[in-house]
Design a protein around this ligand. Sequence first.
Ligand SMILES: Cc1ncc(C[n+]2csc(CCOP(=O)(O)OP(=O)(O)O)c2C)c(N)n1
Length: 353
Amino acid sequence: MPVTKVFEGKVDYIQILDKDGKIDSALDPKLPSELLEKMYRYMVLARAWDKKNLVLQRTGRMYTYAPVEGQEAIVIGSGLAAAPTDWVFPTYRETFLYHMRGASLGELNVGWMGWEDGLKIDQKMCCFPLAIPIATQFAHAVGGAYALKLRGINSAALVYGGDGSTSEGDFHDALNFAGVWNSGVVFVVSNNQFAISVPRKWQTKSETIAQKALAYGFKGVQVDGNDILAVYSVIKEAANKAREGHGPTLIEAITFRMGPHTTADDPKKYRSEEEVAYWRERDPITRFQIYLKGKGIWTQEYEQKLQTECSALVEEGVAKAEGFKADPKNIFKFVFKDMTKDLEEQMNECFSQ
Ligand SMILES: Cc1ncc(C[n+]2csc(CCOP(=O)(O)OP(=O)(O)O)c2C)c(N)n1
């Protein structure tokens, strides 16, 4: 009986800037200085905002918060690689994208402080509301890409998720449809090594998450998620491909969540100090700073000025959010475009006492 090979796959891993800030000159995307500065500025701002949010939560001024520390290169690299008319489908870990697309930090904080108004997104920003139910956003993105195609709109759909979300049925349904329909979707999986306390190796027997795309008939690629140049380049290429009608790509960005899963979690219970230290040495901001220093862009004065600017922006956002006068009725009003009878009854009952 003859044996013939009917399938063979490969998954590349891409890193352009190593952990010490040294560039692979063959892969250097040679981005203009303004873009490099924008990348750095956004990463520094995201970290300052993130750190402040943790403090706000710990002091009772914010409810549950999901930190982004360590994963900034993925959010910002992808956010800058996407065209403003590409649609994004974020989770709770990528809300900084809303700021990059026009929302103020104050508006973001209104949402994180529990008010529905913070999730009111201008359609022009091309953003879906953040998904908290794990993996539902993948199906939304494939449907969104299909809707864009039907309307003749030449935009990609970028959808985000964590390593844990790839174990959900919705992830596989979405990949299957994306493959069959040749949808213009870029799946960005932030493999931050843990789904709350569940390590990546308990999530799947596959060597990589990227290879799952091969089973659904399209390209999967791994990227150093702490290297903003690699993230930017890989996502840019995938988004162009999506817009040109050449179908989906699955990108597995290897990273680490430096903080807790959310403020309701204690990571010391399930991971070691050594593991955290290993990733601290691979920080996405530090290595980019070294790279910018080598290019003559980064100096101590540059950093000081930037830190001052960022902390002013963060404080302005906090003041705006804390001064926000919310209408509690919006909890009911913002669920559907037209309020259902049931909700109206509940709202009236709630506010009649
Ligand atoms: C459908 C569903 N099941 C369970 C949860 C509870 N939950 C919230 S976050 C999370 C882990 C998600 O891990 P991962 O997808 O790796 O993303 P990360 O939080 O690490 O970015 C779980 C199980 C949920 N929100 N939705």
